[in-house]
Design a protein around this ligand. Structure first.
Ligand code: SDX
Length: 384
């Protein structure tokens, strides 16, 4: 047993994978051999999901079949919506989404759920990926007592997702930005939530359990919750006076040793996150179209410059995505649930890989507590 302890498992390599890697030297995120940023520029999220789940970019026939499969599986069982309507109104949509994911397991064939094969897992993960947008939009709308909208496959995966949240078809350029956000979020090696999913999968828990475990880990503000926190930060800066208030906003918090969400990364450390670099271009496009957006983007740039000067930190994907989703009109509470929907594609790839060559994940801990103790003479055991 090695005694060297690496807090947070920093830089500890725990698995071999063919899914993705963060190539720091070339500042690239490589997903099954492709540059994720190039994929975000040139293909659509369903193509990336196919690459992750089935190992290759789809041919035109495979694209049609995959999109049909996603559309056919997209709807929700009525029972799930009924339960969502009974949740307390203040339930966070991440919690409602996680609850609904667990409920979906009950609609699976029990034998299929317990089938340990890779094929059975792939079928279940495809259903989860397909249903995640409807489940996410329904979670939010049911909590607010609004009508839950059916998927609209004719709008495409990203367009239908926005339709179910916002209740109206969006402009092609908005759908294209949203699709790029889904691709940027789709896969990122062993992030805390993906590793959590692999741990659950290593016990041969079913795919729903693995995705629910990942959803729980993703919620934290140090991880997926950072996009919501970043969006809230920009709203606060706007209220405090906009661009001229942005630098002071950051400096005050740094002086209190608070963290500015959307900055820093365990792996990138003081390097740029390629996703944030790409998505800053989309912010530019919004700024060119809308003076309010232009003001927010100027705030964004002041915050980025201040963090670079004061902490040597770059934005991670959550900073531009938090602002972009706000500019698209997405409620802040739905930002992390949207992150999960996209990441289900990457989680699925890792769960399948774990199943294909599984070993239970069970690390050790270096005990530093007392030893050799015994209950004192006359100790009376509890009555309960
Ligand atoms: C995601 O793993 C992934 O790939 C995740 C993700 C994905 O696609 O799945 O990329 C998505 O989760 C991105 C990260 C989103 N989280 C945030 O934006 C939250 C804010 N960032 C941090 O708290 C932090 O940067 C972490 C958690 C992301 C990484 O933390 P580490 O590697 O444990 O680094 P650390 O906490 O030890 O910080 C090192 C130093 C400290 O300074 P000192 O106390 O040594 O002086 O950097 C400082 C920290 O205070 N620091 C920050 C900061 N992040 C690090 N200071 C201010 N603001 C920040 N955001």
């Amino acid at each position: 047993m090695t005694e060297e302890i690496r807090p947070g498992l920093q830089d500890v390599v725990v698995a071999r994978t063919e899914v993705s890697t963060l190539d720091l030297e070339r500042e690239r995120i490589v997903v099954r051999g492709y540059d994720l940023i190039e994929l975000a520029r040139t293909v659509r999220f369903p193509d990336v999901a196919h690459l992750l789940l089935r190992g290759h970019l789809p041919s035109s026939e495979e694209q049609a079949a995959f999109c049909r499969e996603l559309a056919d599986l997209a709807g929700l069982p009525d029972g799930v919506v009924d339960v969502l309507r009974r949740l307390p109104r203040d339930t966070h949509p991440m919690d409602a989404q996680r609850t609904a994911l667990s409920l979906l397991a009950g609609y699976e064939d029990p034998q299929a759920l317990e089938d340990p094969s890779v094929e059975a897992a792939e079928r279940a993960l495809m259903r989860i990926l397909a249903r995640a947008p409807a489940l996410t939009a329904a979670s939010y709308r049911a909590l607010r007592g609004e009508p839950v909208l059916e998927p609209n496959p004719g709008l495409g995966f990203a367009g239908s997702f926005l339709w179910m949240i916002q209740g109206r078809p969006r402009e092609p350029e908005i759908v294209a930005v949203f699709d790029r956000i889904l691709t940027c979020y789709s896969e990122h090696e062993l992030a805390a939530s993906t590793f959590t999913a692999r741990v659950a999968a290593s016990t041969l828990a079913d795919p729903y359990a693995a995705v629910v475990a990942a959803a729980a880990a993703l919620k934290g503000p140090l991880h997926g919750g950072a996009n919501e926190a970043a969006a809230r930060m920009f709203a606060q800066i706007r209220m405090a006076g906009g661009e001229r208030a942005a630098e002071a906003y950051v400096l005050e918090r740094l002086a209190r040793r608070e963290r500015i969400m959307g900055f820093g990364h365990r792996v990138y450390m003081h390097r740029p996150d390629p996703r944030a670099v790409l998505l800053r271009e989309d912010l530019e496009a919004f700024a060119a179209r809308d003076p309010d957006a232009a003001e927010m983007v100027r705030c964004y740039d002041v915050v980025v410059e201040t963090m670079a000067r004061e902490k040597g930190l770059h934005p991670n994907a959550d900073l531009p995505i938090g602002l972009l989703l706000h500019l698209i009109g997405i409620p802040v509470e739905l930002m992390t649930p949207i992150f999960l929907c996209a990441r289900i594609a990457g989680i699925a790839a890792h769960v399948l890989e774990q199943r294909a060559d599984n070993r239970l994940i069970r690390p050790r801990a270096a005990y530093e507590g007392p030893s050799g103790l015994a209950p004192p003479e006359g100790f009376t055991p509890s009555a309960c």
